[in-house]
Design a protein around this ligand. Structure first.
Ligand code: G3P
Ligand code: MG
Length: 234
């Protein structure tokens, strides 16, 4: 497994507030702004295609209706995801990250009940078809999805996501072979950061849109922050 070269600022949902979330326009905007890393969310369509979208339902970010996991590709990829952008497939996002030299943090975002299949499909794609760019970091709030990912991609770099980090986080990471800890910036505790430093585990925090708050988190030992608004040079 190649070492993770983690920049301090990671554009959230592709391009943060620079473009419609989880779109190829967001990836281009992030690269143009100087980001070297991006995070995006991936879920499966009814046809099992991995697609970039955050919510289980289409209403908030597209002109469609209903659940992503019940929507066939023919319908899904005809929708407007904002500003005339189409929902990207994971394959399209991977290719563009390679072209733009962006490190990707692919957040596996399974619809409820689809944890194993989503973990398997995303990890198999990453292991077999990612392409020329740097291998991505796969993360999820779902340990079941990550365990499935690990079964099909023994060499994948995995990160475990929490809202609030539990006391047994090191056991959870070790069980999955995960290398990074991701959590809510507002809830991260100094004791956790001290444990992570001792264990040489990078801690990545979401979502930080205030430069002073980002500086304070870095001073406390946080390795990187996901941002919708900050400039990567701030
Ligand atoms: O991966 C970090 C962050 O994206 C997790 O929260 O809800 O924005 O996917 P969410
Ligand atoms: Mg996310």
């Amino acid at each position: 497994m190649e070492p993770l070269r983690l920049p301090r600022f990671i554009a959230h949902r592709c391009g943060g507030a620079l473009a419609p979330e989880n779109t190829l326009a967001g990836l281009r905007a992030a690269a143009a702004r100087g980001f070297r890393a991006v995070e995006f969310d991936v879920m499966l369509s009814a046809d099992g295609t991995p697609v970039l979208i955050h919510d289980e339902t289409l209403e908030r970010t597209t002109n469609g209706r209903g659940r992503v996991c019940d929507t066939p590709d023919a319908v899904l990829f005809a929708l407007d995801a904002g500003g005339g952008e189409r929902l990207p497939t994971l394959a399209e996002a991977a290719a563009l990250c390679g072209e733009l030299g962006l490190l990707a943090n692919v957040e596996i975002k399974p619809a409820a009940g689809h944890e194993l299949r989503t973990g398997e499909v995303v990890a198999a794609f990453v292991a077999e078809r990612w392409g020329g760019g740097e291998a991505p970091l796969l993360s999820s709030f779902s340990p079941a999805a990550l365990a499935a990912a690990r079964r099909v991609a023994p060499r994948a770099r995995l990160g475990l996501l929490y809202e609030e980090v539990p006391a047994d986080w090191r056991d959870a990471l070790a069980g999955l072979g995960a290398v990074t800890l991701h959590c809510d910036a507002a809830r991260v505790r100094d004791a956790t950061l001290a444990e992570a430093a001792t264990a040489s585990v990078p801690v990545l925090c979401y979502t930080v849109d205030d430069a002073a708050a980002a500086r304070a988190l870095f001073a406390r030992g946080v390795a990187a922050v996901f941002t919708d608004r900050l400039d990567p040079a701030s």
